[in-house]
Ligand binder design. Structure first.
Ligand code: GLN
Length: 319
């Protein structure tokens, strides 16, 4: 049986580059197994090659370790929901929880089913329904929501080149019938305050932001460091705020696979249908893995495997 180190958070005992190298080799050996599919319900995502894998770790002192395609950009999709949740909580605090619940859903990320039973109050801010309400809150509370989000992401990642993929956002707007349905349904309960189209435009824009694993690992640092963002030096949220967002990621960040994820990985994490998964080792590092082929629940198959191997090889897990 694996014996836990005296201080599991002391990472000076670990050769992180060696560990990343091993994971990279293991993942690449699995490319041929032909498991998982890239998301094709968003036309622009269907063209992304599946045999890609990148992983990056950003330590609290700013050191980055990376491997594979860690500098290849992709759209961040639902990973963006972590950042809009942060912005919404900073704007209206606990009032957000009157409009979005904070329970795991056990349903797919784009499910409509619970919404009717629960009268237009989405289960959590990481399902599409909850993220649409969160987007509405951001729109209502920041003068120029789009510019605010872009500035937020550039500051969190330390990369001034982070930008939206306008073509991708357009492609999602044209094919996102289910999101249109969700938004209208929530509106019918009075839980959207802005024009449905404006909310959806903002939601699709947040999903289309293009970043790479290094950008995203750095952008997770504030959640590992009690709300303090290393790249900008800003206190983005309070230590309590960071703890709560991590808790949401743990219980709902990978949708109806959150239980399985806690079992195999054991870190707060958030996935997106482009194949990205961000994760946090509290007090130690932000992480990002990316590999486009997804499992049935919409989480990166090899990304999940890589995080599993990482937590087992390092002993880093909140459990
Ligand atoms: N899980 C996801 O990444 C979903 C995001 C995607 N843009 C959608 O709304 O369907």
């Amino acid at each position: 049986m694996r014996k836990p180190p005296n201080n599991p958070y002391d990472i000076s005992r670990l050769d992180l580059d060696d560990i990343l190298g091993t994971i990279n080799e293991e993942v690449r050996q699995r490319f041929g197994e032909n498991r998982g599919e890239v998301a094709d319900y968003i036309p622009a995502l269907a063209d992304v090659p599946r045999d890609r894998f990148g992983m990056a770790l950003a330590l609290l002192d700013g050191t980055v370790h990376e491997v594979g395609n860690a500098r290849e950009r992709f759209s961040i999709q639902s990973v963006s929901k972590v950042y809009t949740l942060t912005l919404a909580l900073e704007a209206i605090g606990d009032a957000l929880w009157k409009r979005v619940d904070r329970e795991p859903s056990g349903d797919p990320f784009n499910s409509l089913i619970q919404l009717e039973h629960e009268k237009g109050i989405p289960r959590n801010p990481f399902m599409n329904a909850g993220a649409i309400v969160t987007a509405d809150v951001v729109l209502s509370n920041y003068g120029d929501a789009e510019a605010t989000l872009l500035e937020f992401m550039r500051a969190r990642s330390g990369n001034p080149e982070v930008g939206a993929d306008v073509e991708l956002a357009k492609s999602e707007r044209e094919s996102g019938h289910r999101n249109v349905a969700l938004a209208n349904f929530i509106r019918s309960y009075g839980n959207l305050h802005n024009d449905v189209q404006d909310v959806l435009d903002f939601y699709f824009l947040q999903c289309s932001l293009r970043m790479d694993c290094v950008d995203l690992a750095r952008s997770m640092q504030y959640l590992a460091d009690g709300g303090r963002c290393g790249p900008s030096g800003q206190q983005v949220t309070s230590a309590e705020g960071a703890t709560r967002i991590n808790a949401m990621m743990m219980t709902a960040g990978t949708y109806d696979a959150a239980g399985d994820f806690a079992f195999h990985v054991g870190l707060p994490a958030k996935s997106g249908v482009s194949g990205a998964i961000v994760a946090v080792v509290p007090h130690v590092m932000g992480l990002c893995v990316w590999s486009p082929a997804l499992d049935r629940k919409g989480n990166s198959l090899l990304g999940g495997y890589a995080l599993h191997r990482f937590t087992r090889m390092t002993g880093l897990s909140v459990f």
